[in-house]
Design a protein around this ligand. Structure first.
Ligand SMILES: NC(=O)c1ccc[n+]([C@@H]2O[C@H](COP(=O)([O-])OP(=O)(O)OC[C@H]3O[C@@H](n4cnc5c(N)ncnc54)[C@H](OP(=O)(O)O)[C@@H]3O)[C@@H](O)[C@H]2O)c1
Length: 273
């Protein structure tokens, strides 16, 4: 298993994304993913499946200390006091005393960043998470968050796939020593049908999905693909087993195109509008 590093955090790659996975299916897939060899689980308060992710982890029998668990605080829970309550609720649902990485899921312009970063650092000092980080922050927000934080920001989680050029924000994360975790690495299912990725994958006896994941891994990004199918869990994990050439990396990078972002910022909550 490959590992990416940021401020002492060692994040196994690839991880298993769990958004949309619910109830027994989520428990079974988390357990299956860990049996296959995944050692990094990505959940969030907003996914409504922390209980199932924790249960899958326990049922797997894999030692807790061998698994890197990430959860996130939703953007409507960032105010002081509410932030801490949100983390307590997440840990109760996961049935864990701490997570490995706690992220601010999205910034919220209505809540001063100084306050949410102070809460993030406070829960780390309180031992509720081993590492902290942010998701969906732009370069200015990353710079501001790092300047405000009294604890190192170990990781940035952002949308990354072959169609989206994230070069600038990646450089900002690197400048601050943050490990980058890539979400929607399969562009939510658009990648497997891509003829360029299919051809490059085929040349290595691999699939288009594996080529896209490998493209991220060779940039030191930990992708967190999600699948509801066991056979694809194994396929995505096996992305770590081959090497793309420089020419292949350049050809995949050339797939980037404007307006290819899949995920939009969440809607402002009702008390904002
Ligand atoms: N921080 C954030 O704001 C944020 C936002 C979005 C996502 N995330 C995290 O990132 C994870 C991944 O992103 P995502 O779930 O949005 O999208 P994704 O992983 O890019 O794509 C998932 C889709 O690809 C399909 N798929 C998976 N493996 C495949 C394969 N080998 N061949 C063909 N199709 C395959 C899945 O279908 P099947 O289920 O049918 O296999 C599913 O429809 C999430 O689960 C979540 O943990 C974070």
């Amino acid at each position: 298993m490959q590992v990416i590093e940021g401020h002492g955090a060692r994040i196994p790659s690839p991880g298993f994304g769990t958004m949309t996975l619910k109830e027994d299916l989520c428990i079974e897939l988390v357990e299956a993913a860990l049996h296959l060899g995944y050692r990094h689980l990505d959940t969030a308060q907003m996914y409504g499946n922390e209980r199932e992710v924790g249960e899958g982890l326990r049922r797997s029998g894999v030692k807790r200390e061998d698994v890197f668990v990430t959860t996130k605080v939703w953007f409507s829970r960032l105010a002081p006091g509410d932030f801490e309550r949100s983390v307590d609720e997440s840990l109760q649902r996961l049935a864990l005393p701490f997570v490995d990485l706690l992220l601010i899921h999205w910034p919220n312009a209505q809540i001063p960043l100084a306050q949410s970063i102070a809460s993030l650092c406070k829960v780390k000092r309180g031992g509720l998470t081993r590492h902290i980080g942010v998701a969906n922050f732009n370069i200015a927000m990353i710079d501001e968050a790092v300047a405000l934080a009294s604890e190192p920001l170990a990781s940035l989680q952002i949308e990354t796939h072959p169609y989206l050029d994230q070069t600038k924000v990646l450089a900002a994360a690197r400048r601050h020593g943050m490990a980058v975790v890539g979400y929607c690495p399969l562009a939510r299912g658009k990648v497997p049908g891509d003829p360029v990725l299919q051809r490059i994958g085929r040349a290595h006896g691999k699939s288009a999905a594996q080529a896209a994941l490998r493209f991220l891994e060779q940039q030191d990004i930990a992708p967190i693909p999600r699948s509801s199918k066991r056979e694809r869990l194994a396929e995505n994990l096996a992305s770590a087993e081959f090497q793309l050439s420089e020419a292949e990396m350049a050809e995949i990078a050339a797939l980037k195109r404007p307006n290819s972002r899949i995920v939009s910022p969440p809607q402002a909550p009702p008390w904002d509008s």
